[in-house]
Ligand binder design. Structure first.
Ligand SMILES: CC(=O)SCCNC(=O)CCNC(=O)[C@H](O)C(C)(C)COP(=O)(O)OP(=O)(O)OC[C@H]1O[C@@H](n2cnc3c(N)ncnc32)[C@H](O)[C@@H]1OP(=O)(O)O
Ligand SMILES: O=CC(=O)O
Ligand SMILES: [Mg+2]
Length: 575
């Protein structure tokens, strides 16, 4: 990275006297005010160079106050929803919604994104995903990653090797070697964590760092040059941005991008990002978010799972908006269909991609009929998306790339996307009410049991360092698990009647939940086996799940609570 840009003003030689953190003889060479509290590793030291840490520290020092303000605004908005207000379009930004502006032209390297595979930044999976035949691989520090120090730092090492093309992996048990294909490699996008998550292992001026600024900063610093020459045809790096609730948060990202571009002395608009619309407040801010990022945008994506979670969270004080069983809240619900239609209309009006989302089905081993049924459901979901006008979609597994590609190929033929051909003018008049309409369906004891079983097993995996898992033949990650625990909390809080099984209804309450919890723990023990259960992590997870579901106030994020359990500070202490 170029020195002499405004990011690298050296203040009176202070930085040269920055502290070296002792780790049993090994050191991270960190600048003044930066303390690395994660374990030392020679590989990690490649990433945590003094210059890279200076870049992260400069981002943190500049943007920390804005991030804090944005988080306070989230709380203030939620207090209004708790007081009975409904989310809606803001009158003050009508001029943005009605303006005739468009985003910067889409770079040729990412014009065609018809199928995107996602997955955590794990070494073998990165290679498999880049080789999968998908157009894009979204490498994930977010919903599918448990942000342990090792996962994060190894993830950065892996991405650096992926960008320069040297990544390989040897599975000695299976005598298998993994390396990148010679051609037809997916384009790399990286998803940093959301604004709310801290990084406790990197302390700057006495405070934990903003997690996403660590993810973004380290990745950008080490890869922007190689990415632009080897991967992005002069553009990039490319990002996915999660869980925003308001355009002021997009404005922060835009400023971060500008800061990084200036530091690297690369042209404005080099960095490009797709924003996930996955919170209820953000659906009323889609134009505004694109406007803030108009020099850096490559579209929006329907993050359907977090979106459902956000519906529960936003309406947590509204007993008239209880969700039916999780399995019934799909894209056919009016509020979900309206959201995806409006997203397509908005993106295409502004000249950028409208990406579809993730079907939760994954291939099922040793059950051909079950596997075919799962593939059929994925096919149906992708067909709905391409017909609606989406420009591409997400898959969770390499075994689903082909199904999705065939659907998009047959409908888009040789066009790289549908930005010009599917304007969805019919969606222009969708109203606030369409976007928040109560989901239809029923609530059942079986729904409660499934939420409990899935929630506990997911938390157990996450605490053990795995952020996405197959459970009952579906992909589960932080977003899907959030639905499970928030839904149980909501039913409990409002004393929902569970009568969807066709039997006499039971009212949700502490006693019922306690009984279900005990019974489901027994079932989990039976399913995972006594050995695995004895290790104790399921009990910890069960306790955490129970606390979250019975807390008087809904916890903001499952992962914020759980994070305290995976932080390992050196010298050792707990946060
Ligand atoms: C709500 C959201 O945010 S969605 C986006 C975030 N979520 C995700 O990205 C989930 C990604 N998917 C996954 O993590 C995995 O597919 C899981 C956990 C659901 C299932 O994983 P597994 O049980 O390991 O699947 P399975 O055993 O069938 O894997 C077969 C092979 O495919 C690979 N594979 C599976 N999923 C992926 C993936 N997403 N990317 C790359 N490779 C993958 C496995 O590594 C394995 O490779 P190998 O044969 O070389 O050993
Ligand atoms: O991130 C995607 C989602 O569905 O949540
Ligand atoms: Mg999400």
């Amino acid at each position: 990275m170029e020195r002499g840009s405004n990011v690298y003003v050296v203040e009176g030689g202070e930085r040269d006297r920055g502290r070296k953190m002792e780790r049993g003889g090994d050191v991270y060479d960190s600048p003044q005010g930066v303390e690395i509290r994660g374990r030392y590793d020679h590989e990690f030291a490649r990433i945590l160079s003094r210059e890279a840490l200076e870049f992260v520290a400069d981002l943190e020092r500049e943007f920390r106050p804005r991030v804090k303000y944005a988080m306070a605004c989230r709380k203030e908005a939620q207090a209004r929803y708790d007081g009975g207000e409904l989310p809606g379009f803001e009158p003050g930004s009508k001029w943005v919604r009605q303006g005739g502006w468009v985003c910067a032209p889409v770079p040729p390297a990412v014009a065609d994104r018809r199928v995107e595979i996602t997955g955590p930044v794990e070494r073998k999976m990165i290679i498999n995903a880049l080789n999968s035949g998908a157009k894009v691989f979204m490498a994930d520090f977010e919903d599918s990653l448990s942000p342990t120090w090792d996962n994060l730092m190894k993830g950065q090492v892996n991405l650096k090797d992926a960008v320069d093309g040297s990544i390989n992996f040897v599975d000695s048990d299976r005598k298998r070697e993994y390396k990148l294909n010679k051609e037809n490699i997916a384009m790399l996008f990286v998803r940093p964590r959301g604004w709310h998550l801290p990084e406790a292992h990197i302390v700057i001026d006495g405070q934990p760092t903003t997690g996403c600024l660590v993810d973004f900063g380290l990745y950008f610093y080490h890869n922007y040059a190689a990415f632009r020459s080897l991967r992005g045809a002069g553009f990039g790096p490319f990002f996915y941005l999660p869980k925003m609730e308001h355009s002021r948060e997009a404005a922060i990202w835009n400023a971060v991008f500008e800061r990084a571009e200036d530091a690297a002395r690369i042209p404005r608009g080099s960095i490009r990002a797709t924003v996930l619309i996955e919170t209820l407040p953000a659906v009323f801010q889609m134009d505004e978010i694109l406007y803030e990022l108009r020099d850096h945008s490559v579209g929006l994506n329907c993050g359907r799972w977090d979106y459902i979670f956000s519906y529960v969270k936003t309406f947590r004080a509204h007993p008239d908006r209880l969700l039916p069983d999780r399995v019934q809240v799909g894209m056919a619900q009016h509020f979900m269909k309206s959201y995806s239609d409006l997203l397509i209309h908005t993106c295409h009006k502004r000249g950028v991609h409208a990406m579809g989302g993730m079907a939760a089905q994954i291939p099922i081993k040793n059950d051909p009929a079950g596997n075919q049924a799962a593939l059929d459901l994925v096919h149906k979901d992708k067909l709905r998306e391409v017909r609606a006008g989406h420009d591409g979609t997400w898959v969770a597994h390499p075994g689903l790339v082909q199904v999705a590609i065939e659907v998009f190929n047959s409908h888009m033929a040789n066009q790289p996307n549908q930005i010009q051909s599917s304007k969805r003018l019919d969606a222009a008049n969708l109203t606030d009410e369409d976007l928040i309409q109560r989901p239809r369906g029923s609530r059942s004891l079986e729904g409660l049991r499934l939420n409990t079983r899935v929630g506990i097993q997911y938390i157990a995996a996450w605490l053990n360092g795995t952020g996405s898992v197959p459970l009952y033949n579906l992909m589960e990650d932080a977003a899907t698990a959030e639905i499970s625990r928030a839904q149980v909390w909501q039913w409990m809080k409002h004393g929902a009647v569970l009568d969807g099984d066709g039997v006499k209804g039971v009212r949700m309450g502490l006693e019922l939940f306690g009984r279900v919890l005990d019974e489901e723990m027994i079932r989990i023990e039976r399913e995972v086996g006594i050995e695995a259960f004895r290790k104790g992590i399921y009990r910890v997870a069960g306790k955490m799940f129970a606390q979250q579901c019975t807390s008087p106030v809904l916890h903001e994020f499952l992962t914020l609570d759980a994070y305290k359990h995976i932080v390992q500070l050196h010298p050792s202490s707990r946060i």
